[in-house]
Design a protein around this ligand. Structure first.
Ligand code: PEP
Ligand code: MN
Length: 250
């Protein structure tokens, strides 16, 4: 399904599991999100994990599940693309592509993505300055793609209380220095579900154009990033607060 998602004029909350684990679990999550009004479902397929012993994702099978579930429910699909070779065939039915933090410096991948006619989310690398990130975004435009969304997902600092340090000042700085839209990932930045609601609200207040949040029906059972996943009840509550805050600061 071709869905025209307009990040420039509407605030979008993207949500879904860190990794797609099965068709049924993805369907249940997506159906729950649809009920709340979420229109874009994220789900990891090829997972770039720090350890080769961690769950690597279901790959092409996961993409088939994501495309099928989104088609059935009338939602837009979003997953991370990791290799140039897969772009034309494996990812062709995905609505929104994401470049993960570990690939922000993968210039051949960025150049190839500049030929794609769909929205692309570019995550900030763990140690990238805002200027390096903006330069990486320029690679995505080389062949005319102007549907680029930056995503602040936390940077590496001396602080160990959170997985990364969420640099919310990046939101007004990116808006000041460029025309890109920018969303915030409170899940990978904090790495802890207890801090996701507060930082989501702070991101809305900072002027972000959207959020990308990881959820799971049973976070304790998740195959990746269990600690940072919101369960359905917590996400429902947060989603209501986000929508209400957004109305007040419009
Ligand atoms: C993700 O969003 O699935 C992810 C792996 O995040 P990051 O690239 O920011 O680590
Ligand atoms: Mn994750």
């Amino acid at each position: 399904m071709k869905i025209d998602i307009d990040f420039k004029n509407s605030f979008n909350v993207i949500a879904g599991p860190c990794a797609i684990e099965s068709y049924d679990s993805l369907y249940e999550i997506a159906n729950f999100l649809k009920g709340l009004g979420v229109a874009i479902i994220r789900g990891g397929s090829f997972k770039l994990r720090t350890s080769p012993n961690s769950f690597q994702g279901l790959g092409e099978e996961a993409i088939k599940y994501l495309v099928q579930v989104c088609k059935e429910l009338g939602l837009a699909s979003l997953t991370e693309v990791v290799e140039v070779k897969d772009l034309q065939n494996v990812f062709q039915d995905i609505d929104i592509l994401m470049v993960g933090a570990r690939n922000m410096y993968n210039y051949p991948l960025l150049k190839e993505l500049s030929t794609v006619n769909k929205p692309i989310i570019l995550k900030r690398a763990m140690s990238a300055t805002i200027d390096e990130w903006l330069s990486a975004a320029e690679y995505l435009q080389i062949n005319g793609n102007d549907n680029i969304i930056l995503c602040e997902r936390g940077i590496r600092t001396f602080e160990t209380a959170t997985r990364n340090t969420l640099d919310l000042s990046a939101v007004p700085i990116v808006k000041n220095k460029s025309k890109y839209t920018i969303i915030v990932d409170p899940s990978h930045s904090t790495g802890n579900s207890a801090y996701v609601p507060a930082m989501s609200m702070a991101a809305v207040a900072s002027g972000a154009d959207g959020l990308i949040i990881e959820i799971h029906k049973e976070p304790n059972m998740a195959l990746s990033d269990a600690k940072q996943l919101l369960d359905f009840d917590s996400f429902r509550e947060l989603y209501k607060s986000i929508i209400s805050l957004k109305k007040h600061i419009r």
